[in-house]
Design a protein around this ligand. Structure first.
Ligand code: UTP
Length: 239
């Protein structure tokens, strides 16, 4: 099975703790050792936000701010590369083709951000589409997709399963409200819909959740399942 895992910066490096990064590297290695091809996209998290806010006060324009954000995603990606050693790509790929080539070499292929005007949510979806991944996992600090922002609404309800088109419909109004935090951003949802990517949104704080989701399809987050698709045969042992 070929999987792309998006690990939020706030999940991998809310602070700089080598044990936390090593635990995520171990989880990815377990998935790879089971026979999966593994691509990873790392986000910027709080560090990105601090850089962006500081540079915004200094008068930087939005593209400059995005470039700072991309820089922090690649710094976080290099932490994961340090933990994985020679099992990972040498450096964060800056192009999807380079990331795909790394995957073909059998490495855990690691990317950060790519281009201004988007987030790593979209990078992960584009990477998954580019390599025809069987599964895309968003390991976030949210524990799934809700009908409304659970940080704002007490009675928000988590979806167990959605279609990609439903995901787009849910994320669309969130993307219009400044400050509302969508678990996956709108561009990513549209790419998931366009490519028909089976996806999972889960709480990645405990990296073993990623292992259970990839190897067995077990998790307490939200499945995004394109209409008319079957479960990956990997999960039913008929591979
Ligand atoms: P993240 O993907 O971490 O953004 O990229 P985020 O959604 O703000 O992070 P979480 O999910 O809340 O932790 C950090 C920043 O880097 C820039 C954007 O400015 C983004 O906000 N970025 C990232 C890009 O401009 N292009 C990319 O391809 C990726």
């Amino acid at each position: 099975m070929r999987v792309v895992v998006s690990i939020g910066g706030s999940v991998l490096a809310p602070d700089l703790d080598p044990d936390r990064v090593a635990a995520h590297a171990d989880a990815l290695e377990r998935v790879a050792a089971d026979g999966c091809e593994v691509g990873v996209v790392v986000g910027g998290g709080g560090v990105a936000r601090e850089y962006i806010e500081t540079a915004r006060e200094l008068g930087a324009d939005e593209v400059q701010l995005d470039r700072l954000g991309i820089g922090t995603t690649r710094l976080n990606a290099r932490l994961l590369i340090a933990a994985l050693g020679d099992r990972a790509s040498l450096s964060p790929a800056e192009e999807y083709d380079d990331a795909a080539a790394s995957l073909r070499r059998g490495e855990v292929s690691i990317m950060g951000g790519v281009t201004p005007g988007q987030t790593t949510d979209a990078v992960a979806a584009a990477f998954a589409e580019a390599v025809d991944a069987d599964l895309l996992v968003y390991a976030t600090s949210a524990d799934g997709v809700y009908d409304v922002d659970p940080n704002v609404h007490e009675n928000a309800t988590q979806y167990a399963e959605l279609t990609p088109a439903e995901l787009v419909d849910i994320v669309l109004p969130m993307s219009r409200n400044a400050g509302a935090s969508a678990p996956v951003d709108l561009l990513a949802a549209k790419l998931i819909d366009r490519a028909g990517l089976r996806s999972v949104v889960l709480d990645g704080t405990d990296p073993s959740a990623i292992v259970d989701a990839v190897l067995r399809g077990e998790h307490s987050g939200t499945d995004v399942v394109p209409t008319g698709t079957n479960e990956p045969s990997y999960w039913t042992g008929t591979r």
